[in-house]
Write a protein that binds this ligand. Structure first.
Ligand SMILES: Nc1ncnc2c1ncn2[C@@H]1O[C@H](COP(=O)(O)OP(=O)(O)O)[C@@H](O)[C@H]1O
Ligand SMILES: [Mg+2]
Length: 469
């Protein structure tokens, strides 16, 4: 019964087998398994044609003129010129292949080459280039090797330059690491030699055009219905909540979902670096930090923004991710009546989250004794929601934990829900239950105070065991 109830419907199986752009090869995150060689996207004969057409095209195109056209006009112009050149080649009956060839050339001349089809593919969330013929993608939480390849290392470097040039930056031996953002909001990390001796590496996190919503998280098993109801109540009751998780575990996604529970009449001020949240409420002000030194501009820190946000009459302050000294200002704000704040922190357990915040407060450079910092944390934050990535690639809420207070020098944590992995389904995906521990949170009185019904049913252990579902 328990299994049935919680073995929630899994996302549709990967469509890799039906998708010509990606071979159905799966690999664990690390270390990558040796991979079966793949068929190239274009037949070898066409690859040669492509290279010749490409060279000819570069000679014929007037780059200066192209630069003055709008992207759509430039694309049309390159398409016309490419078709003209391709016409000169005897490609028997290859209508579709000819079209594919033309598109690949256009992507190369105007865009990020082999990355373009992956950027257009909405089922791809991350793209990783380990080498010219080692392009990996993440699709539905699984790593797969893509059939997209670069011609050689210099082709990869050309794409790297395309990415950073519009930002007025260079990536080279003198400065071999860079973070960049594509115009569509996707984030890119680049490492080249000598920092990466074997060649350029690109890691691209696509901007999620459509964030997962609350119902999606329940459907794919990240949250149980009971946990969703519980968290919805906690947001409504204006608890201060910290979402904790490792890189890419789904912190921002969950923050977005928790924020969606906020009432439409509240004024929400968000602080992010960079902007990622997609809040649907009518009354949202979004502030974005700016890194130092870009085109000589002064840095705008999250701390500056947070201080300013507090003067903007917020009902809620949402900080995308606390990373430094702003943690101190955030705690202070929470302790002085700015309730209902939600934020994320990079940590692997709720306990780790607490010590991360403690360290960040130290970064604010105030001379506070440890005990005072811990007391601030214990009285400011009521709830930690931990997200974790399981070995099968799925992302789930693993703990919902109350920050209960202090005992001596220690902050006391009390788990309210804990994820228990109970098996594996036919497709090799782990099944799990987000079990209430049966403990009553101390913040229950707060619900009464703000007039929000306490979601007591969500915490009932017997409902999980008793088959009442
Ligand atoms: N619960 C989830 N189930 C499946 N995929 C998710 C889930 N949460 C996030 N993702 C996907 O994982 C990637 C990273 O999510 P994000 O929320 O940005 O993580 P983080 O903020 O922890 O780095 C995104 O592509 C996102 O769409
Ligand atoms: Mg994030």
């Amino acid at each position: 019964m328990l299994r049935e109830r919680f073995a929630s419907p899994r996302p549709a199986p990967s469509t890799a087998e039906h998708d010509p752009s990606v071979a159905a090869v799966e690999a664990p995150a690390a270390p990558p398994r040796p991979v079966v060689p793949e068929a190239p996207a274009l037949p070898p004969a066409l690859v040669q044609v492509k290279e010749r057409v490409h060279r000819q095209l570069i000679e014929e195109l007037d780059q200066d003129r192209l630069g003055r056209l709008s992207p759509a006009e430039a694309r049309a112009e390159v398409r016309r010129a490419t078709h003209e050149i391709v016409e000169g080649y005897p490609l028997q009956g290859a209508g579709e292949l000819r079209q594919a060839l033309v598109e690949e050339i256009i992507d190369d001349v105007l865009g990020l080459g082999p990355l373009e089809p992956l950027l257009r593919d909405d089922s791809v969330s991350e793209i990783m280039v380990n080498g010219p013929d080692q392009v990996w993608v993440e699709r539905n939480g699984r790593l797969q090797r893509s059939v997209q390849t670069f011609r050689d290392e210099s082709h990869v470097m050309r794409v790297v330059e395309r990415i950073v040039a519009p930002l007025g930056r260079r990536v080279d031996e003198a400065s071999p690491m860079a973070d960049a953002r594509l115009p569509d909001g996707s984030r890119v990390n680049i490492v080249v030699p000598p920092a990466s001796p074997s060649g350029a590496k690109i890691t691209l996190r696509k901007f999620a055009r459509q964030r997962l919503l609350s119902a999606d998280l329940v459907r794919i098993g990240t949250l149980s219905e009971a946990a969703e109801a519980f968290l919805r109540g906690c947001v409504r009751a204006e608890l201060n909540i910290l979402v904790s998780g490792g890189t890419g575990t789904g912190k921002t996604t969950l923050l977005n979902v928790l924020s969606s529970y906020i009432d439409a009449h509240e004024r929400i001020v968000t602080i992010e670096d960079p902007l990622e949240l997609q809040l649907q409420q009518p009354h949202v002000v979004s502030l974005e930090a700016r890194p130092p030194g870009l085109e000589g501009n002064r840095q705008i820190s999250q701390r500056d923004l947070l201080r300013n946000a507090l003067r903007m009459r917020p009902d809620r302050v949402i900080v995308g991710e606390v990373r430094g000294g702003e943690a101190f200002d955030m705690l202070q704000a929470m302790n002085t009546g700015h309730d209902g704040s939600i934020s994320t922190v990079h940590a692997n357990t709720p306990r780790d989250a607490v010590s991360r915040v403690e360290n960040m407060v130290l970064m604010a450079g105030l001379d506070l004794p440890d005990h005072a910092i811990r007391e601030q944390i214990a009285s400011a934050i009521q709830l930690i929601v931990q997200v974790s990535r399981l070995p099968d690639g799925s992302r789930r809420v693993s703990h919902i934990t109350e920050v209960a207070g202090m005992e001596g020098q220690m902050i006391t944590l009390q788990d309210l829900f804990v994820m228990v992995v109970d098996g594996e389904d036919a497709e090799g995906r782990l099944t799990s239950t987000l079990m209430p521990t049966g403990l009553q949170p101390r913040f229950i009185e707060r619900f009464e105070r703000v007039g929000v019904p306490f979601p007591a049913d969500a915490l009932r252990v017997d409902r999980v065991h008793g088959g009442a579902w």
